[in-house]
Design a protein around this ligand. Structure first.
Ligand SMILES: C=C1C[C@]23C[C@@]1(O)CC[C@H]2[C@@]12CC[C@H](O)[C@@](C)(C(=O)O1)[C@H]2[C@@H]3C(=O)O
Ligand SMILES: O=C(O)CCC(=O)C(=O)O
Ligand SMILES: [Fe+2]
Length: 338
């Protein structure tokens, strides 16, 4: 059922890079040996206060959301309203679909073409490898599914509930940055938002290969439901830190579009996933995106980014990934006028 990582990555995994000057074999890529990564708990925010809380509590909750988005770009929400039942079913169904034979997954017509992805086909060096597989499914594929299997009905529930939470958080962040608050309801559409089911199989060389290479997300915000294995890391104060899993929480992270739209107030933070030699890991992510035509207009008197459409951004990311093996992202859209 695993993708053929060993076979396809063979040359990159076992190639010894030699130093041409003194002909000394070098270890190609080693992060775990040199870097000790501290495990931390992300800020935990009880979002039930947004509905049940008194006015003061509601305001405090909004402020905590905005603050974590400015200072961490990442936080956890508890009492988020997505039932344990939906989360557990989502995980069961996800495990079931990944257990299918590799051939069946890669040829699957369950979702639109290209939804099943594995590894990094564009990788040119160890640093660019990802030891994972994913179903990257547009929301419209889920809601338009006429057969309505247990998988798609579970995904639909998970996605609709995540969507509601994502809109609530996005509107709060807009309000807290002093911008028009119904922007997301107007600009975000189901055909560009998507659900990504990730699986990280055990990896025989965990110190040399990422589960998912370092990246920032190309959306407004992401809602992540992860299991208890651990492996997600992010940059805080110029250091990689490991996220301590919390069984009651969903993880929220700010994406590139929010960073641009808020003129850098909210941070789209680089994150990565490490592999584990023994256990597989699962996560499911919901990505809140605008329509391809939506213009991301950077706010403020001194906008750090030029205006760009989501279409332009996606195309540039895809082009870079294809040509360079990695995403460049926002640095391509900085404003040269200032
Ligand atoms: C090879 C890559 C594809 C990806 C950008 C990256 O350099 C590394 C991570 C990938 C990812 C994961 C989250 C999102 O689905 C995504 C759109 C993103 O921003 O980073 C994808 C990128 C992609 O599929 O283009
Ligand atoms: O699996 C995780 O913890 C993170 C996944 C992720 O970053 C992504 O899908 O963009
Ligand atoms: Fe991500």
């Amino acid at each position: 059922m695993d993708p053929p990582f060993n076979e396809i990555y063979k040359n990159l995994l076992f190639k010894q890079i030699t130093n041409t000057e003194n002909n000394v074999p070098q270890i190609p890529f080693s992060f775990s040996v040199t870097a000790v990564v501290e495990e931390v708990e992300l800020p935990v925010i009880d979002v039930s206060r947004l509905i049940g809380g008194a006015g003061k509590e509601r305001e405090k909750c909004k402020e905590e959301i905005a603050r974590a988005s400015r200072e961490w770009g990442f936080f956890q929400v508890i009492n988020h309203g997505i039932s344990m039942d939906v989360l557990e079913k989502m995980r069961q169904e996800q495990i079931r679909v990944f257990r299918e034979p590799f051939d069946k997954k890669s040829k699957s017509e369950r979702f639109s073409a290209g939804s099943y992805r594995w590894g990094t086909p564009s990788a040119t060096c160890l640093r660019q490898l990802s030891w994972s597989e994913a179903f990257h499914v547009p929301m419209t594929d889920i809601s338009d599914d006429k057969d309505f299997t247990t998988l798609s009905s579970t995904m639909e529930k998970f996605a609709s509930e995540s969507e509601a939470l994502a809109y609530t958080l996005a509107e709060i962040l807009a309000e807290k940055s002093g911008r028009k608050s119904n922007f997301f309801k107007e600009k975000c559409v189901r055909n560009t938002c998507y659900l990504r089911m990730n699986r990280y199989p055990p990896c025989p060389k965990p110190s040399e290969v990422y589960g998912l290479m370092p990246h920032t997300d190309s959306d407004f915000l992401t809602i992540l439901y992860q299991d208890q294995v651990g492996g997600l890391q992010l940059i805080k104060d110029n250091k990689w830190i490991a996220v301590k899993p919390n069984p009651h929480a969903l993880i929220i992270n700010i994406g590139d579009l929010f960073q641009a739209w808020s003129n850098g107030m909210y941070k789209s933070v680089e994150h990565r996933v490490m592999t584990n030699p023994m256990v597989e890991r699962f996560s499911t992510a919901y990505f809140l995106c605008p329509s391809y035509d939506a213009i991301i207009e950077c706010s403020g008197d001194c906008p750090a980014y030029r205006n760009f459409s989501f279409r332009e951004f996606r195309q540039q990311v895809q082009e870079d990934v294809k040509k360079l093996g990695y995403k460049v992202g926002l640095p391509r859209f900085t404003n040269h006028l200032y």
